[in-house]
Design a protein around this ligand. Structure first.
Ligand code: SF4
Ligand code: SF4
Length: 667
């Protein structure tokens, strides 16, 4: 597979649009092919001659002729064909020039023209740096037949240039699996995203912990990895569908290579092209009848077909917008050290997976922090860290800080100290416009809205005492206030995923988030607090806990088995728990728990934050037996993000096995 093939696909598509590789059909134009409609015979001859030169390898003549055609011609169709040949010649800038000229001339025949030209724009972008890196890559490929690894590498680079970061990573990783030296064949500009991605992969590979994990995990060893992921929720589906389909074409063209078909299926699925994905999976099974994952994908996918969800998934999400919102939110949260300060020691809801809902006998007192105490805490924090250390204060841990009548003043104070301010709220109370406006005018950097459904039928199961209609109405009000105050606060919807809510509700909430310009994030719900997770792992839990576990994507009772089965190092981790190293929680009464995931009052590390130095607090936390128990039982994997993918894979598997993401009618 090479760039020539890319152009062949496009040429083929151009002359005979009867179907794509996976059976999606597009009719031939009633009046015939593009060239018959508008190109003059002399243009057709000259194009044919250039193609002939190209075929025979007389590249300079082909280049010369095609440059002349582009200069002289005003026929959009000729220009498009010339663009394709330029592309095959590696003359990407010339190709873009031809396309631009065709676009200028092409009004009135735009439908077919756009369909042909769009993938080219998608791949090479209109920006110079993309075109330049495209030229480099293409020139390398033109010198020799590319290997499979090089092909994956180029696809990865394309994907990166289209900003499909995860897809790019997968491809680049696959390339490296096939040939660990593959990246050395590419003369990549160091400042491109591609180079960055490659660096990421290389650093992953250099990490002995992850390498060991990869060695032990069959999915990591197989290029079929995407098959596993395709049966899972289509996290890429909001990406731009055109470029996905274009990349899918690259993978799947006339190939008997099972990996390419698997990747094609993944891309099609990610593009919500469900029927085409089914065709691609059928091809995988045809090539390898015992491929269990593809068979399961086929079992799963038809459920999506024709369902309400299929329709919803076909909605075009705006990938660029969501990416910008994501970047904005994460930039507003980026710091070296984080504090979670509970200014309200309680919450209005009783979510069953949260200790406020499941741990009545924790001994934690309830109450509100006063502003003076908060200011003294901020002052001590300021003195405890070197000025080069950036600090973020999350004004919440287990409490609902929007219940504090003086929240705007807490936010302002935090900003006065130069700290980033993060809020998290269930937004599930009657907020007046005035109050919300005061909060937003105080300029928190980020606000996360935590919820678990779009309908009350779903949301209330896991946000007990909640009402999603209040939340949604507050979300709209918040949008209004943000616009009115021209606020820069970054907003994120944190959709907590359980077994029962990974369905239409999920998609609908994502649509609403996009409509309101809020970043949409989804997190697999975990059981909290750490004390109860440790006992659950050890087999000690009651009936109420059991019901909660059964609705979680990752059941804590299976945790030991999962950690052992993953090949992760038990107990002996390469780094310390990051919740201990980079984060500290402070309760409303000034007490310091072992960590933000702990809740029992028995596990208070320090009685008064203000009376003990930062170093001593850290020592008290580290020496506490809870951390030892947490590490011994591997509970900290749940919270510390040592290797979240392990839990994520399990969560995906669970959700696909129960047929989550199925429309309400059960199909
Ligand atoms: S809304 Fe948040 S803090 Fe309140 S009970 Fe639910 S998870 Fe806990
Ligand atoms: S090891 Fe466990 S208890 Fe200790 S800080 Fe990490 S998550 Fe918290």
């Amino acid at each position: 597979m090479s760039y020539q093939n890319v152009a062949e696909i496009i040429t083929e598509t151009d002359s005979n649009r009867t179907g794509d590789l996976c059976g999606s059909t597009e009719e031939k134009s009633e009046s015939g092919t593009v060239s018959e409609k508008t190109s003059s015979s002399s243009d057709i001859d000259r194009i044919a001659m250039a193609r002939e030169y190209l075929k025979k390898g007389i590249l300079d003549k082909a280049h010369h002729l095609i440059a002349e055609i582009i200069k002289a011609s005003l026929e959009p169709d000729t220009l498009i064909k010339a663009a394709i040949i330029s592309l095959e010649l590696g003359q990407i800038k010339l190709s873009l020039k031809a396309l631009d000229k065709a676009r200028e001339q092409g009004r009135g025949i735009s439908t077919e023209y756009e369909e042909i030209a769009r993938p080219l724009y998608q791949w090479f972008g209109s920006e110079k740096k993309c075109a330049d890196s495209g030229v480099n890559q293409h020139n390398i490929l033109l010198k020799k037949l590319p290997s499979l690894a090089e092909t994956y590498c180029v696809i990865g680079i394309f994907a990166a240039e289209c900003d499909y970061v995860r897809l790019a990573l997968k491809n680049l990783e696959t390339a490296q699996f096939i040939d660990s030296d593959v990246f050395n064949n590419f003369d990549l500009p160091k400042d491109t995203i591609t180079a960055h991605l490659i660096d990421c992969i290389l650093s992953i590979r250099k990490n002995p912990y992850l390498t060991d994990l990869a060695r032990e995990t069959p999915a990591f060893q197989q290029p079929q990895l995407p098959i596993f992921e395709v049966i899972n929720p289509p996290e890429l589906s909001y990406r731009d569908q055109d470029a996905h389909l274009a990349i899918a074409h690259l993978y799947g063209q006339a190939s008997d290579d099972i990996v390419q078909w698997a990747m094609t299926a993944q891309s099609l699925y990610a593009s919500a092209a469900i029927r085409e994905a089914i065709t691609a999976f059928e091809r995988v099974v045809e090539l390898q009848p015992n491929n269990d994952l593809a068979t399961r994908a086929l079992w799963h996918l038809p459920k999506l077909d024709n369902s309400e969800l299929d329709r919803l998934l076909s909605v075009r999400f705006d990938a660029n917008k969501m990416e910008q919102l994501r970047e904005k939110y994460y930039a507003a949260r980026q710091a070296d050290y984080y504090y979670n300060i509970d200014i309200v020691g309680t919450c209005n809801l009783r979510c069953p997976s949260c200790p406020v809902g499941n741990f009545d006998d924790s001994g934690i007192p309830k109450g509100f922090m006063d502003l003076n105490k908060y200011e003294r805490i901020l002052s001590k924090i300021k003195k405890s860290h070197d000025p080069s250390v950036s600090i973020a204060i999350d004004i919440h841990n287990w409490g609902e800080s929007l219940l504090h009548p003086k929240l705007p003043e807490f936010i302002k104070k935090t900003r006065e100290y130069g700290f980033l301010v993060g809020l998290s709220s269930n937004l599930n109370h009657n907020l007046s416009r005035k109050k919300l406006e005061e909060i937003i005018r105080a300029e928190p950097d980020a606000l996360r809205i935590s919820l678990s459904g779009f309908s009350n039928e779903i949301h209330m199961q896991t946000h007990t005492r909640g009402d999603i209609n209040i939340v949604k109405s507050n979300m709209h009000l918040l949008r209004h206030v943000l616009d009115r105050t021209k606020s820069e606060t970054a907003i994120e919807i944190g959709y907590m995923v359980y077994k029962h809510n990974f369905s239409d509700d999920f998609v609908r909430m994502r649509l609403l988030a996009e409509e309101l310009d809020f970043h949409f994030d989804w997190i697999f719900a975990v059981y909290m607090p750490v004390e109860k997770t440790i006992t659950a792992i050890r087999g000690e839990y009651d009936q109420a806990d059991k019901e909660i576990f059964e609705n979680l994507p990752v059941d804590p009772r299976e945790w030991t088995e999962l950690v052992d089965g993953s090949g992760a190092f038990r107990k002996n981790t390469p780094g310390d728990c990051h919740l201990k190293k980079h984060r500290m929680a402070i309760n409303f009464d000034g007490t310091v728990p072992i960590c933000c995931a702990s809740y029992s009052y028995d596990n208070i590390a320090v009685k008064d934050f203000l009376a003990v130095s930062h170093e001593e607090i850290q020592k008290c936390r580290s020496d506490h037996s809870l951390c030892g128990d947490c590490m011994d039982s591997n509970a900290y994997f749940f919270y510390s993000g040592v290797h979240p993918e392990m839990g994520e894979r399990k969560a995906y598997k669970t959700l696909s096995e129960i047929g989550a993401f199925v429309g309400k009618d059960g199909r």
